[in-house]
Design a protein around this ligand. Structure first.
Ligand code: DLL
Length: 444
């Protein structure tokens, strides 16, 4: 755990972090004022929102309190696809200074737009995230999120620069060079996906670089789910504190929510991104503490406001106030999406459960994939797990014992028996961005 150099303790926090500590009545007043403005903006400038609101018999004037937000219709991913590429913009192109797009596995990408003011809000959110991690001027931040249409690269870049840190814009890929930069530049913080960082750890060991001996002290990991077991592995292997960062292109990119030094949930920068939790089946708003789907409303966005956007990410708003002193609420770490579940022999299985199970077993590496196949018309699930070089060279009996222990750990957590195959180190493809954990070879 970090114990010093926090610039957000006592009264000495980064000035930009002030909204993190607003007294609640003030925060709620600010949120309501911004909510009314953004809903009016959407209603007046985006035909899609106007007709959706008219269908429900609501209008910007219906918003007397924050909870009236629940009367407005949801927006979903297909609404964005249906209006590809620019149909949901609320600003003329002359005011749009940036476009990003999320790749998406099927069909058209989702396009998002930013005015100059939107970029400033995003940058502010990222500065507040970096301040949560205890970073400040003087830190050297290697940004290994991909630069380009993906929001990770430029989002983290602008934030780290505005914080006053020194940015190394490494982008993803070329792992040997990443490790050289980490070592030679005396990098103190790294931003990338947790899966890519596990690859860096492994490669550094092969190159004879001891990560623990480097000045690196903070990791800013997100863009994909990762378990507490993965965090423990990373912190132990690299001698750093590993923090979670959450965001999605549709809302802004990284910087919607971030962990603080308590590492106990992610603070949502809710003066800009208003969170609700709903029952994914009925759409009903759930109270703080209950688990459900995260719905976000952009309170400050100009170019492309999103009203009640269904993220598909499953979490809960944590009711208790955080020990760090911030008043903005936290969400629990996101382990799964409502659409990444598969059903095997009637049991609901989430990839995150498999990861959690694997990481309880000694001798495995955090490189795995889940292979779905069909056998005699039935869905089957198999897990491929890499083992360390020592284990791989061990006797058959040792390997067999490990395979059994992994199978049992998964059965304990997931509730079904699965096929486990131990594979050689390096045989599972590495990713420089989001890892692809599930390979679906089922007959369609
Ligand atoms: O992944 C933005 C980002 C970049 C976040 C860098 C953090 C760091 P998209 O590509 O649009 O945007 O993917 C968004 O990724 O709805 C979640 O399902 C997942 N996701 C993002 N961060 C986390 C996280 C970026 N910390 C989708 N934990 C989201 C779990 C995450 N899932």
């Amino acid at each position: 755990m970090l114990t010093e150099n926090w610039n957000d303790v006592g009264t000495g926090f980064h000035p930009v972090s002030a909204p993190d500590y607003l007294p609640l009545p003030q925060l709620h007043e600010l949120q309501l004022r911004r909510l009314r403005a953004v809903v009016s903006r959407a209603y007046e400038n985006v035909p899609f929102y106007r007709s959706r609101m008219e269908e429900r018999g609501v209008s910007p004037a219906s918003l007397d309190t924050l909870s009236d937000l629940g009367r407005l219709p949801f927006t979903v991913k297909t609404d964005l696809r249906d209006h590809y590429p620019f149909g949901l913009f609320a600003s003329p192109m002359g005011e749009v200074v940036r476009l990003h797009a999320s790749s998406g596995t099927t069909g058209k990408p989702i396009v998002v737009a930013y005015t100059e003011e939107d970029i400033a809000v995003w940058t502010e959110a990222m500065v507040r995230a970096f301040a949560c991690y205890g970073l400040h001027r003087g830190d050297i931040v290697q940004n290994s999120y991909g630069y380009g249409l993906f929001t990770g690269g430029l989002g983290a870049h602008y934030g780290a620069e505005a914080l006053g840190a020194t940015v190394v814009p490494a982008s993803g890929g070329n792992t040997d060079r990443q490790i050289m930069l980490l070592r030679d530049f005396g990098v103190t913080a790294i931003c990338c996906t947790p899966s890519y960082f596990t690859h860096m750890i492994e490669r550094a060991a092969e190159l004879g670089v001891d990560m623990k001996a480097l000045p690196l002290r903070v990791g800013v990991f997100g863009a994909e789910p990762w378990s507490d077991g993965m965090r423990a592995h990373i912190e132990r292997a690299a001698g750093i504190t590993a923090f979670d960062i959450y965001g999605l292109s549709e809302i802004v990119g990284p910087g919607v929510a971030a962990e603080c030094r308590e590492q106990s949930g992610l603070h949502v920068f809710e003066d800009h991104f208003y969170p609700e939790i709903i029952d994914p089946e009925t759409g009903a708003v759930l109270p703080d503490g209950a688990e459900g789907e995260l719905v976000l409303t952009t309170l400050s966005k100009k170019a492309m406001p999103l009203i009640r956007y269904r993220t598909r990410d499953i979490t809960a708003l944590i009711p208790e106030r955080c020990a760090c002193g911030r008043t903005i609420r936290r969400i629990r770490r996101i382990g799964r999406r409502s659409d990444d579940m598969f059903i095997i022999r009637g049991v609901n299985v989430f990839p995150s459960q498999v990861e959690a199970a694997l990481l309880t077993v000694e001798g495995t590496l955090p490189h795995y994939r889940i292979v779905l196949t069909t056998d005699k018309g039935l869905d089957q699930i198999g897990i491929e797990v890499e083992v360390s070089a020592e284990v791989a060279s061990d006797q058959v009996r040792v390997m067999e014992d490990l395979r059994k222990r992994i199978g049992q750990a998964i059965e304990r957590i997931v509730g079904i028996r699965v096929g486990v195959r131990l594979v050689e180190p390096h045989s599972i493809p590495r990713s420089e961005g989001k890892a692809k954990r599930v390979v679906d070879q089922r007959a369609k």
